[in-house]
Design a protein around this ligand. Structure first.
Ligand SMILES: [Zn+2]
Length: 263
């Protein structure tokens, strides 16, 4: 039977010479793989609705297992900034791979779908991609089976900051209990403050705050440690993002070096 449904494109992959397989996160049926005939040929009628990170309405045949099929598509949200700004796109691609890793195929997951949709909308409005990606990473930890305590010290329950993060204790430590973990991560107080705040608010409450590059780098170090220690997945989009951040860092160093100094 033909169905009408909404979805966000996760990725597309060439199949045989002219066809493609497109994975779409649908609101009603979860993530599904679609077989698209002749998508690799120019001027495919659904070409712009099968671009990764766009949100569209589709008409097609949904199969519970195996491949599904599309007959028509219309754009709901093209997410122009996500498509055109390479930094925003790199973060959006990373978020999309995280989402794809955490949800089970062919099982509806409206909570994660709505979160993903909102994250893309905020990225497209120009909100900080670093902060949005961190929010999604924290939120999805539960889905990866990881429960962490962010709002109070895991030892005594104190909410008084500064906090630091302990991988061994699965959460934050207050200053009195820093000694409980000799391998605590020594994350800057400001980065800890922002991260524990993100763990406690809704995504719609995330505002664009002025966060320095140093603090963003600390937040990244914290999230990378958490994902490395507890989740242990390797995503291509994450390696790409890391490479991009590394290049940016080098570029900033060159700029600093070239700045005339008073001597
Ligand atoms: Zn404590």
């Amino acid at each position: 039977m033909r169905e009408r449904f909404e979805g966000i494109v996760l990725f597309k992959r060439k199949h045989r010479e002219h066809d493609a397989l497109v994975k779409i996160f649908t609101a009603a049926y979860g993530t599904k793989m679609f077989f698209i005939k002749r998508l690799e040929k120019p001027n495919h009628p659904m070409g712009s609705q099968l671009i990764p990170l766009t949100m569209n309405e589709y008409i097609g045949t949904i199969n519970q297992e195996g491949l599904s099929f599309l007959t028509e598509a219309s754009t709901i949200q093209f997410n122009r900034l996500v498509q055109s700004d390479y930094t925003v796109q790199a973060y959006a691609a990373y978020i999309s791979q995280l989402v794809d890793s955490v949800v089970d195929d062919n099982v509806p997951n409206l909570l994660v779908y709505e979160l993903f949709k909102l994250a893309l909308a905020l990225l497209n409005e120009g909100k900080s991609p670093e902060i949005i990606a961190t929010y999604i990473e924290i939120y999805l930890l539960k889905g990866f089976g990881v429960q962490l305590k962010w709002d109070a010290c895991v030892i005594c329950g104190a909410k008084q900051q500064p906090f630091d993060f302990s991988i061994r204790q699965h959460g934050v430590l207050c200053q009195q209990h820093f000694s409980e973990d000799e391998f605590r991560l020594h994350i800057s107080p400001k980065a800890m403050y922002i991260t524990s705040l993100l763990a406690q608010i809704k995504l719609e409450q995330v505002q664009t705050v002025n966060v320095s590059q140093e603090t963003l780098a600390e937040i990244r170090r914290l999230m990378d440690e958490i994902y490395k220690e507890y989740v242990g997945i390797r995503l291509k989009s994450k390696s790409y993002l890391d490479q991009m951040l590394e290049n940016d860092r080098k570029f900033i160093q060159i700029l600093k070096r070239d700045k005339p100094t008073e001597e």
